[in-house]
Design a protein around this ligand. Structure first.
Ligand code: SF4
Length: 244
């Protein structure tokens, strides 16, 4: 894949078509971190009002670190998966204590923080700090498996490693944050699980699944073998030394 041309086309499409989401108006690492954590397991439309309220109440790492957990949880109420709020508060305290309140820009250091895995570290490093770090979420997995017609089960660690490698190779040095957001936006708005809108896709000419006319066959996710629970009952009758 001619990387420059591919990324340039994708970024140009993104700049013209991206949804105007509040966290896209900033490069503040704190705000990007909050949005990324809220967006895990929660729909964009649900996140928007929570994000805006959160930033008003806890505008930076220090404000979050200094707030009691009860207040943090109160502002999280309704978003679900409360472990995320616990970790935000815990991680803000660590950042304040160990990094003087500044969110680290190194992937390795980011990944030592509670609640920050490979995806969130890549999003922070690329979007907030312009580092050429990859990201991989469900949307990006779908786009990449279609672009490269990856027929292996995405439930396998080996396949995921391969897709991570492709994501790492694809991310450009210039505008890596826009590129990553463009890939996610493409997956969310065009390269959808059902009926992808290939006619509107800015990278259609690079897409092997499109050329083979079967984008909907990707990604491949094999069903896990079902565990069948069986219940049995036994009756033992004893009479003296006799057992029936
Ligand atoms: Fe997805 Fe279709 Fe674009 Fe391929 S051409 S990346 S399947 S939207």
């Amino acid at each position: 894949m001619p990387q420059l041309s591919f990324s340039a086309q994708l970024i140009a499409w993104y700049k013209k078509n991206a949804r105007a989401l509040p966290w896209r108006k900033t490069k503040d690492p704190y705000k990007i971190w909050i949005s990324e954590i809220m967006l895990q397991q929660t729909q964009v439309e649900t996140v928007i009002p929570y994000y805006e309220g959160w930033i008003k109440t806890f505008p930076n790492t220090k404000a979050l670190a200094k707030s009691p957990l009860s207040k943090v949880l109160k502002h999280w109420a309704g978003l679900g998966y409360y472990r995320r709020a616990h970790r935000l508060n815990q991680t803000a305290k660590i950042i304040l204590k160990k990094h003087s309140g500044k969110i680290p820009d190194s992937i390795e250091v980011l990944r030592t923080l509670p609640g920050i895995g490979r995806y969130t570290a890549g999003a922070l490093a690329s979007i907030a700090y312009d580092k050429p770090a990859a990201i991989l979420d469900g949307n990006v997995i779908r786009v990449l498996t279609r672009l490269y017609t990856i027929k292996d089960d995405i439930g396998s660690g080996q396949t995921l490693k391969r897709i991570w490698d492709l994501a790492e190779k694809a991310v450009p040095v210039k505008n890596p944050g826009d590129f990553n957001q463009a890939l996610m936006e493409l997956g969310a708005m065009v390269c959808t699980p059902e009926n992808p809108r290939c006619g509107q896709c800015p990278v259609q000419k690079y897409c092997l699944a499109y050329q083979c006319d079967d984008p909907s066959s990707y990604p491949v996710k094999l069903k896990k073998e079902e565990t069948i629970a069986k219940e049995t009952a036994a009756l033992i009758l004893r009479q003296g030394n006799l057992i029936y």
